[in-house]
Write a protein that binds this ligand. Sequence first.
Ligand code: SF4
Ligand code: SF4
Length: 295
Amino acid sequence: MKQLVVLSGKGGTGKTSISAALAFEIHQQLQQELVIIDADVDAANLALLYHPDVRMETIFVDAEVARIDDARCTACGICAETCRFDAVIPGTPYAIDPIACEGCAACTLVCPTQAISLQKEASGKWYVSQSPVGPMLHAELDPGGENSGKLVTLLKQQGTAASQENQAPIMLVDGPPGTGCPAIAACSGADLALLVTEPGLAAFLDLKRIHATAKHFNLPCVLCINKADINPSIKLQIMAWAAQENIPLIGEVDFDEQMLQCVLQGEIITQAYPLSKAARQIQALWPGVKTEFGL
Ligand code: SF4
Ligand code: SF4
């Protein structure tokens, strides 16, 4: 099984639309089920395009937060003085703000009556679903939920098991924006990163950041420039940088009203409008990926 992670370093580049459309094209070409993972657990939206049938829903329990045993609290206030995260709410008894609590345990050590303990807290849900192209793993982290990197790792472990079970040739991971823990977890174990950018200064800067992250983990990268025709001068700068960094440019996708329509209607362009310009340009990414995979 080959693992492709799609990254952008920034939201709003069209990464998820391209991931979904590319997965659909790969499925068409191989006539085999793939495994797809939405690793953007903080703002998952691949399911909005794939409308998968949820087969299993599991609570994600990972974060630890402090809890005060009211009966033991003497309202001395030592915990509030100790907490660096302003997570203790004064009162009689004192209480903990579970959103602000980082689970550092400092308060548990100073409480003179041992009224505070750390408890596991549910911070989201993860799902095993069936999409039109194969098994799909996705999740929803609660607002303020922690450990998104761990949740991405869990999805990828489940995805790897599903790939083995289904003998899926490809696992496609729609990565999260940014370069933090979830992005690093999304890169882990991948064979290739497809970097999706758009010709804008902010996107270019974030592209360089995510490429530096991928490079740090020795992850080979290929590049796709989305909305490639909207800013020719920055597009040329991106192309020059990619050439300098030895990142193969495997495709460009021009701005296409039908792509926009698909986002608004929750559709996948290679499925809904396979003959549109953008769909044909996304279909053309697969040979580039295939070559890099040595397939
Ligand atoms: S340190 Fe313990 S006893 Fe004091 S206010 Fe906090 S929970 Fe209550
Ligand atoms: S566990 Fe840490 S962050 Fe949470 S309330 Fe206690 S001191 Fe504050």
